[in-house]
Design a protein around this ligand. Structure first.
Ligand SMILES: Cc1cc2nc3c(=O)[nH]c(=O)nc-3n(C[C@H](O)[C@H](O)[C@H](O)COP(=O)(O)O)c2cc1C
Ligand code: SF4
Length: 504
């Protein structure tokens, strides 16, 4: 029997196979699905990887890539006759500047390799041996589901996707729903500038993620598991396919589906992700209801970030108390991404709550004279280097007016103009706003334009209204993107007032 809206769910994939949104492809998809052509146009054009068919180089515009010369590289490539499209973020900040070639294969220009923590006793242990036994899943089968959830509760595991919401609450909530058709969804859409931890986790410890997903499905009594992975993560997509092949027997009772994103950062927001999975424009839904009550296809859905779910097998093996004790100020070990002006950019697993200095020490030290850092992706804004002792955890960063978010830490030294750094981050939010709410759609454009004007003319009057507009955005936006989009400017002006004075 066909699932409800099965045709609709297919349209994005069909457009991709047809080479993107063109008159012919839309007609073809209409004939295959019966969905109105206007609707297919409207959906397809939302996604940057479908919008402009044709081969081109996609060059990253993220903060770290900009700091490492993305603009000059774009000029060089264009002068060499290449077709170049600037894109928001490629999740390769540690290897900046980065691009995808015409066949969507990764090209990076850094002279170093990605660094990762050496083998360790932490939960992810990226450099450790790969465990193919699926013994945590076997252990769970002999446990009561409530005991699995109790282990999660005692572990103190908070969602690693940004919000830090306690994981056990969501598992309990899904189990409490009377509807028995339920889904587990893995959020592998990682696309916030500064962030690339899920990338390394998928490449190096794919089975921890798959086993965590299977455990979650077993506990909430779901059969179907969806992994939504950003479209630019080609190698990571292949790694998941390979791992699913390797674990066919252990996972045979679950139905895994890998779904590719198509270049829209907002689809990392969990309800936008659901819309996208359902074959629609990735526009966030109003909450409540939360996905645990009404998620994919309107059914209870457990959505977790890659890192959150990959913590689960170790918690089952070694216990909640063990996991909790790994942390410094909050529970567990944590994957921190670090890029920018440090010696060895990469992904480091450390106790949750280390300071910037401790993280940078793991990454070989600072390069040059650091003045600022962005602790958790573009959404977290900037902090001055004088905050280097602050624990990098959910609570302390929130108290400091920032956030741990996706733990995408970018270190900035005194070679960078903080007004420009703010402008780069604002451009990201402007591009990635889904346009659904007016304060976010108009506000992101307005603020970015005013900062650009300031950078060009050096007149602080350009910024006069940006604070008020930022307030409107924070108060009047549906989702987290609009709520934080003014933060890069607001925090840069607060902590670096000299960067926003009258310039000659
Ligand atoms: C604009 C925006 C983008 C987001 N992008 C991601 C993302 O790429 N990956 C992710 O796991 N969570 C992302 N989130 C958070 C998700 O909405 C959701 O909280 C998370 O997937 C839940 O999983 P967790 O409980 O394991 O953190 C984003 C949120 C917002 C507001
Ligand atoms: S806040 Fe911005 S990104 Fe979020 S729903 Fe509104 S318009 Fe879309």
């Amino acid at each position: 029997m066909q699932k409800p809206n099965a045709n609709r769910e297919k349209i994005i994939e069909l457009l991709e196979h047809a080479g993107g949104v063109t008159e012919e492809s839309v007609r073809e998809v209409h004939q295959q699905t019966g969905i109105a052509e206007a609707d297919i146009w409207g959906t397809g054009l939302f996604y940057t990887l479908l919008r402009e068919p044709g081969k081109r180089i996609r060059l990253c515009d993220g903060l770290t890539c900009q700091m490492f010369g993305a603009d000059s590289l774009a000029n060089e490539l264009t002068d060499a006759g290449k077709m170049v499209e600037r894109v928001s973020c490629l999740g390769q900040c540690d290897l900046a500047p980065a691009s995808l070639d015409e066949d969507m294969e990764l090209v990076t220009y850094a002279k170093h390799q990605t660094a990762i923590s050496p083998p360790n006793e932490f939960a992810m242990n990226l450099a450790g041996e790969v465990d193919l036994t699926y013994s945590a899943l076997a252990k769970v089968r002999a446990m009561a589901p409530e005991d699995v959830i109790s282990a999660l509760e005692s572990s103190g595991l908070q969602g690693r996707g940004g919000a830090g919401f306690p994981a056990h609450f969501k598992w309990t909530s899904v189990r409490q729903q009377s509807v028995t058709e339920r889904y587990v969804i893995c959020n592998a859409d990682e696309a916030e500038p500064g962030t690339f931890k899920d990338r390394e986790l998928i490449l190096r410890q794919t089975h921890k993620m798959l086993e965590g997903l299977a455990i979650a499905a077993w506990v909430i009594e779901a059969k179907e598991i969806y992994i939504y992975i950003r479209g630019e993560y080609t190698n990571e997509y292949r790694a998941i396919e390979r791992a699913l092949g390797e674990s066919k027997d252990a996972l045979k009772e679950f139905e895994f589906t890998i779904v590719k994103g198509h270049g829209a950062y907002i689809c990392g927001e969990e309800t936008a992700l659901l819309e996208s999975l359902e074959g629609k424009r990735g526009m966030p839904r109003l909450k409540p209801p939360y996905p645990t009550e009404s998620g994919f296809r309107g059914k209870p859905s457990l959505i977790h970030n890659v890192e959150t779910i990959a913590c689960v097998p170790s918690i089952i093996h070694r216990g909640g108390d063990w996991f909790r004790a790994l942390g410094k100020t909050e529970a567990g070990s944590k994957l921190y991404c670090i890029s920018g002006h440090v010696v060895a950019p990469g992904v480091y697993e450390l106790p949750l709550g280390v300071s910037l200095d401790e993280l940078v020490e793991a990454a070989g030290g600072y390069v040059g004279n650091p003045i600022a850092f962005s602790p958790g992706g573009a959404s977290s804004g900037f902090l001055p280097i004088t905050e280097r002792d602050l624990p990098l955890d959910y609570k302390h960063l929130a108290d400091a007016g920032s956030m741990l978010g996706s733990a995408g830490v970018v270190v900035i030294n005194d070679t960078v103009d903080m007004a420009k750094a703010a402008a780069w981050q604002l451009e990201f939010f402007e591009r990635e706003s889904c346009g659904q709410c007016a304060p976010c759609r108009i506000g992101t454009q307005y603020i970015r334009r005013q900062v650009d004007q300031y950078v060009q003319l050096g007149d602080p009057a350009s910024l006069e209204m940006t604070g008020d507009v930022g307030w409107e955005m924070e108060e009047g936006s549906i989702c987290g993107l609009g709520m934080v989009a003014a933060k890069p400017l607001e925090s840069a002006r607060k902590h670096f007032p000299d960067a926003f004075k009258t310039r000659d």
